[in-house]
Design a protein around this ligand. Sequence first.
Ligand code: FAD
Length: 616
Amino acid sequence: MAVIDIKVPDIGDFAEVGVIEVLVNAGDTIKVEQSLITVESDKASMEIPSSHAGVVKEVKVKLGDKVAEGSVVLTLEAADAGAAVAPAAAPAPAASEAKPPAAPAAQAPVAPKIEAASFGGTADVECDVLVLGGGPGGYSAAFRAADLGLKVVIVERYSTLGGVCLNVGCIPSKALLHVAAVIDEASHLKAAGIDFGTPQVNVDTLRGHKEKVIGKLTGGLAAMAKMRKVTTVRGVGQFVGANHLEVEETTGAKGQEKTGSKKVVAFKRAIIAAGSQAVHLPFMPKDPRVVDSTGALELKEVPKRMLILGGGIIGLEMGTVYSTLGARLDVVEMMDGLMQGADRDLVKVWQKMNAHRFDNIMLKTKTVGAEATPEGIKVSFAAAEEGGTAPEPQVYDLVLQAVGRTPNGKKIGAEKAGVAVTDRGFIDVDIQMRTNVPHIFAIGDIVGQPMLAHKAVHEAHVAAEVIAGELTGDKALASAAFNARVIPSVAYTDPEVAWVGLTEDQAKAQGIKVKKGLFPWTASGRAIANGRDEGYTKLLFDDSPEAHGHGKILGGGIVGTHAGDMIGEIALAIEMGADAVDIGKTIHPHPTLGESIGMAAEIAHGSCTDVPPQKK
Ligand code: FAD
């Protein structure tokens, strides 16, 4: 076979163009007209096709090289050196039409085709990857892409990286919940003969402690961005075309005051990680006594009477903090139970332990009005469904709106880039996190439920890897995909409630036959020693006839102290397809709460000796 040079053909008016994508590797078998590289001038990008079929011997160009007509792209062992076609450089399709490289079973989101705006201005900053939003999704994507050798810009409107999670979400709430847990734990010690007395709470110092925790983490992120040479552009970003984002610069330590200056960032690929924000009920008055989770975390003062609107995890976590600091709680929830998503038996344990915090738990009840009065916020209720309660209006010192979060998809000029956004503001993606526009990706809260930081981080890594693979020609990276089987959920209340995979309620509803292994913590030496034996660990195994008695683990739940720290083991077992013997025969250290997972598996298997003999 003849070895021939494949060269850049006539590329029209351009003397020299930059290589922005290398699409083949040495050893690849290629066809005539297959795209080899993408080049870009200041006016357009185009793909350079092969004039021959054959096997690539050596790729002679790399990303960033400048090429012109006649430059050698690669050497080829040509299948038939004579069978050449006269190649013509094909202008790369408009961004919204470009064909994505083959992805493993990636289902491109079906979305109406939106014509991207054409941006005629000049860019102030250029990069391989633009990341819009510096939350856990955004910074993880940016850092991974930088680690893979790409030039990355993050656009974030606030002064610090970390997004909702680090600044006004996961971390500050856990800093406060830790303090609340220690106060509660100390009070439990009375029964063991240790009385610390009534705690003296200095709310200002506590707020300072929380701020310090946030500062430590966000400062760390800023340092890591620097180490990776990731450029952070501060401001509100809006797409102005398929490859350009305009940033209205912002300033100030906390807010997003506009400076009046603008910058344009040009990008080859973009990752949208613009997150979500709290839903505000339209009839709630604008009053400092009505807050969302961000306002509640400011911890201005401790109210006497507090209403939590919405009985989900965020509301109940914040309620735990305020109640431990002295507030009396009411909670109103439209559904028939608190903490939806978790098995009811797990929630029951939490509810029993926490009954003392609440004056009223109003289920199947909706809030229909609210009025700011000098005495407080007067809130009216109605039955949400038959059987629901319709209590008399009540007056509260603080009302926390915790009725869900809404994605920021409609606020970023997505349509200018051709990116489709759903009516609710979500952006649909495939398993490679690619939107309907093949060079624009989206991750985190903005792509859908569950809105959790750990989901965002994993999606971020996938998007960054796919992009790096495409831009560097690394096929393994380019085929990355988000294919986690399960995503764990945790309520960091006291006790904690954690669950992953199939729940028992879902198994019942879906008619899935499961074998349950339930280990009560009343049989756990460690839980008893801790004075906290109210919890249990539950594992669910496939009990379908096809499993022949060796069913794999399908799900699990834990209620008890440190449940959130332990649920990861169950997630790993599900990912690895473990069965009850695998888990039960894994030696867990004694005495730990973690061994309750091994024992729950032994119970399912019928070999546990730490509980009374099981009925055959
Ligand atoms: P975000 O964290 O929302 O980040 C998006 C970023 O984009 C923000 O910094 C925003 O300022 C920026 N941005 C948006 N639009 C623009 C624009 N146009 N220009 C520039 N910047 C923009 N999750 C957990 O896993 N565990 C928990 O314990 C947990 N606790 C929580 C507690 C509370 C009180 C709340 C509110 C949330 C909690 N979450 C928790 C959820 C978690 O915070 C989110 O799932 C996570 O932050 C989502 O990450 P993200 O990167 O998608 O978006």
